[in-house]
Design a protein around this ligand. Structure first.
Ligand SMILES: NC(=O)c1ccc[n+]([C@@H]2O[C@H](COP(=O)([O-])OP(=O)(O)OC[C@H]3O[C@@H](n4cnc5c(N)ncnc54)[C@H](O)[C@@H]3O)[C@@H](O)[C@H]2O)c1
Length: 435
C-alpha cells in the first residue's frame, strides 16, 4: 500500500502513533487532547521534571487538569519520555518547542534545529507526517524542516509529509482551548496539506487548510502582529489621554458601543508572554531579508516596550503627590504574570517595572498567587501574601496584573496610594492613579 494511503488509514482508525516534541503550554494540552480521542501519544521533552510529572499523572499547565493527564495515562494512551528514538516507531510528529528572540531581537530557532538534529533526523522514516507548530517566520518549514528530514529515499509529498500548523492556544481562556480553536494547516505539497488536514480533523472541531506552509506561517504572525499593533495604538491613545486629562477607559467603553468596524483593545503596563512581544519580530526579520522594512511592527514594538517606563514615571508622580520619592519608597507590585489568571511571567512587563524601581532605590515586594518566585535578572524575589498590614505598610501599590482573585475592595480600602495600570478598580477614587 502506498505510504499516503497507509498513513491515511492509520489516522482514520486512530492507530497512528503520535509524538509531540515539547511538553509546554502548547505541547501538553495538544498531547492530552490527542490521547483523549484515542491516539497513542508519546510526549517528548528534554526536561526530566516535566516528563516525570506527566508520567506520575500530574499537570503543570493550569489549563490542563491533572485528572485529564491521569485518565489518558491510565488508559495507556499517553507516555512521556526524554528518549527521541521512540520517533522511529511513530507515524506523526508534532514540534512544539520554543521560538524566542536572541539578544539582538532576531529569531532564535535553535530549539527547532536541536529537535530536528537530535530528535527527528536520526529517527525519520518513510510514511511519516511531520508538523511544525511553533510560531516562526514564513519560510521556516520549507527552508529548515524539509532539508533536515528529506533525502534520496524521503521525498516530501511522496513518502514523507511535512506541514506547518500554528498553535493558537490562549492560556487562561476558559471558552477556547486546544480542542475548539480552529486550526490552520498548510503543507509543503498538496498531499502534505491533505494528510495534515485529515490528521487534525480527526481530533479537532474545525480545520482550515491553506495553500502552503508559508501561508500558514504568515497567518499566525499576522494574528499576533494585529494584536501588537492595536495594543500599541491604544497604549499611545492612553498616553495622549493622560496629557489631555481624558479618561481613556471611558473612551474605549464609548467606542465599543459601535456594533461594527470597531474592536476594543486595552492599554496596559506593556506586552508580555511568549507570543505578542516576540512573534512580530520574526516577520520583520524575514522582511528585512527581502529588503522590506516592517514599519508598523517596529513602531508598535517601540510604543509597547516604552510602557513600563511610563508606569515608573506615573509611580513617581503618584508618590510625589504624597510628598514621597521613588528612592526609599515601599512599593508593592500586585500581579507579575503577563496577563490575568495565568502562571506565566515570560516577558512580563512587571519584570521591567520592578527592575526600574529597584534601580531608582525603591524597596519592592510583590504578590502574585500564581507566581511564587520571580527572577528579575539582577535578583530573585519571593512573592508575599496578601494582608491588611502589607497593604497599609506600602507607600504605593501598583496593579500590574488584574488577577480575578485579588480582593480589590480590600486593596482600595487599605492601600495608601494605588497605581492601577489595568483599570481593575473600576470606581474613581482620589488615591487611585491610572495610566
Ligand atoms: N504559550 C502560548 O500561549 C503559545 C500560544 C501559541 C503558540 N505558541 C508557540 O508555541 C511554541 C511553544 O511555546 P510554549 O509556550 O509551549 O513553550 P514552553 O516553553 O512552555 O514549552 C516548550 C517545551 O519544549 C521543551 N523543549 C525545548 N527544546 C526541546 C528539544 N530540543 N527537545 C524536546 N523538548 C524541548 C522545553 O523543555 C519545554 O517544555 C512557541 O513557538 C510559541 O511561540 C505559544
Amino acid at each position: 500500500m502506498p505510504h499516503k494511503d497507509e498513513l491515511e488509514k492509520k489516522i482514520a482508525n486512530r492507530t497512528a502513533k503520535c509524538a509531540i516534541i515539547g511538553l509546554g503550554y502548547v505541547g501538553l494540552p495538544l498531547a492530552v487532547e490527542l490521547a483523549e480521542t484515542g491516539f497513542t501519544v508519546y510526549g517528548i521533552d528534554k526536561s526530566t521534571d516535566k516528563v516525570d510529572a506527566v508520567n506520575r499523572g500530574e499537570s503543570y499547565i493550569p489549563d490542563v487538569p491533572g485528572d485529564a493527564v491521569r485518565t489518558v495515562l491510565d488508559a495507556g494512551k499517553l507516555k512521556a519520555t526524554t528518549d527521541f528514538s521512540i520517533i522511529r516507531d511513530c507515524d506523526v510528529v508534532s514540534m512544539c518547542v520554543p521560538t524566542p528572540l536572541n539578544k539582538t531581537r532576531d529569531p532564535d530557532i535553535s530549539f527547532i534545529i536541536a529537535a530536528l538534529e537530535e530528535g527527528i533526523a536520526p529517527n525519520v522514516h518513510q510514511g511519516m507526517l511531520i508538523v511544525l507548530e511553533s510560531t516562526t517566520y514564513p519560510g521556516t518549514t520549507e527552508e529548515v524542516i524539509v532539508p533536515a528530514v528529506t533525502g534520496p529515499d524521503l521525498k516530501a509529498g511522496e513518502n514523507i509529509f511535512i506541514a506547518f500548523s500554528p498553535e493558537r492556544v490562549d492560556p487562561g481562556n476558559p471558552q477556547f482551548q486546544t480542542g475548539n480553536i480552529p486550526k490552520v494547516v498548510g503543507g509543503i505539497t498538496e498531499a502534505c496539506t491533505r494528510l495534515a488536514t485529515l490528521f487534525y480533523r480527526s481530533f479537532l472541531e474545525k480545520v482550515h487548510p491553506v495553500s502552503s506552509a508559508a501561508v500558514a506561517e504568515m497567518v499566525k504572525i499576522h494574528e499576533n502582529t494585529f494584536r501588537s499593533v492595536n495594543i500599541a495604538l491604544v497604549n499611545e491613545l492612553a498616553l495622549m489621554c493622560d496629557r489631555l486629562d481624558i479618561d481613556v477607559w471611558e473612551v474605549i467603553e464609548g467606542a465599543s458601543t459601535k456594533p461594527f468596524g470597531f474592536m476594543p483593545f486595552y492599554p496596559g503596563p506593556g506586552l508580555g508572554g511568549h507570543c505578542i512581544p516576540i512573534d512580530p519580530y520574526y516577520l520583520s526579520w524575514k522582511a528585512r531579508s527581502v529588503g522590506f522594512e516592517a514599519r508598523f511592527i517596529e513602531l508598535a514594538g517601540q510604543v509597547n516596550s516604552a510602557m513600563p517606563l511610563h508606569v515608573v514615571q506615573k509611580a513617581s508622580d503618584a508618590l510625589n503627590s504624597a510628598g514621597r520619592a521613588l528612592r526609599g519608597a515601599k512599593v508593592l507590585i500586585l500581579g507579575v504574570a503577563y496577563k490575568k489568571d495565568i502562571d506565566d511571567e515570560r516577558e512580563s512587563p512587571a519584570i521591567d517595572v520592578i527592575d526600574r524601581l529597584l534601580r531608582k532605590g525603591s524597596e519592592v515586594s510583590y504578590l502574585d498567587p500564581h507566581i511564587p518566585v520571580l527572577d528579575v535578572g539582577t535578583c530573585v524575589l519571593e512573592g508575599t501574601e496578601m494582608s491588611v498590614e502589607l497593604l497599609q505598610g506600602a507607600d504605593l501599590a501598583i496593579i500590574i496584573t488584574d488577577h480575578s482573585n485579588f480582593d480589590y475592595k480590600l486593596i482600595l480600602e487599605n492601600a495608601n496610594l494605588i497605581l492601577d495600570t489595568r483599570n481593575a478598580i473600576k470606581s474613581r477614587h482620589e488615591k487611585v492613579w491610572r495610566l
